[in-house]
Design a protein around this ligand. Structure first.
Ligand SMILES: O=C(O)CCC(=O)C(=O)O
Ligand SMILES: [Fe+2]
Length: 242
């Protein structure tokens, strides 16, 4: 059986700390339509585009990042560069989008009803830019779990771990997020149909970082821009990184 998406109103979620994490017991993802007003998201997307000089190319320019994305650095042999420049990345995000990193950390704290601290020396929330006409647009993203930032201890103990994706600029068409009813480490079995959410500017999607997902191909002349934060439960509240 395919797990459904749960759509929750931002006001209801703000009034009920922990409700997003609880909903994820049975949902593939929680969608918070209009977490930001569309104008706020559009202004943020414009600020990201104006900060072009601060973008870092990932995977040879298939995608770009404002801030530093750990998985992209890890997978391309730049782990050292990640830690050497995480602070500069955080400053670039803060300069283009003041308060975004703290905002997403606070949002996560409400979703799980726990304190959230930024992992020392790691990047805070950052922004992915998938160019119009690029590889992600034509082929879609890779099918993956968001597991790269989990420590070896977390891989073993498997604490709750969430990914937050805030849509700043949707593409003109396509570019939805597919999520499967498959979790990291499950024994191999037939995979059912995915569920899809096609975000509008300002929508926030929250899902287990252990859940298989993929960005769909997209069309049009504008890049697909999304802000992301990852978090996991620890014995002392939650920690977050990007
Ligand atoms: O932008 C999105 O919708 C998801 C991005 C994603 O899956 C990732 O960066 O790991
Ligand atoms: Fe992902």
């Amino acid at each position: 059986m395919t797990r459904p998406l749960a759509r929750m109103a931002p006001e209801a979620v703000r009034a009920a700390p922990g409700s997003v994490l609880r909903a994820l017991d049975t949902a593939a993802a929680v969608v918070l339509p209009g977490w930001w007003a569309p104008e706020r998201a559009r202004e943020a997307a414009a600020a990201v585009q104006a900060a072009r000089d601060a973008w870092v190319p990932d995977f040879d320019g298939k995608q770009f990042c404002l801030g530093r994305a750990w998985y992209a650095h890890l997978e391309t042999g730049r782990a050292g560069a990640y830690f050497a420049s995480a602070e500069a990345g955080n400053s670039a995000v803060e300069s283009a989008l003041p308060g975004l990193q703290a905002h997403l950390r606070e949002a996560l704290a409400g979703f799980v009803d726990a304190s959230v601290h930024q992992r020392p020396r790691w990047g805070g929330a950052g922004v992915h830019v998938f160019p119009a006409g690029g590889v992600c647009a034509t082929d879609g993203g890779c099918v993956h779990f968001d597991h790269e930032g989990l420590t070896p201890g977390q891989r073993a103990s498997r604490p709750a771990a969430l990914s937050l994706v805030l849509c700043l600029q949707p593409p003109e068409s396509g570019g939805g997020l597919w999520l499967w009813d498959v979790e990291l480490g499950e024994p191999e079995r037939a995979v059912g149909e995915p569920v899809e959410h096609v975000s509008r500017a300002g929508d926030l999607v929250v899902f287990s970082s252990y859940r298989l997902h993929q960005i769909q191909p997209f069309a049009g002349a504008v890049p697909r821009i999304s802000a992301t934060l990852h978090g996991a439960a620890t014995p002392l509240g939650w920690e977050s990184w990007f």
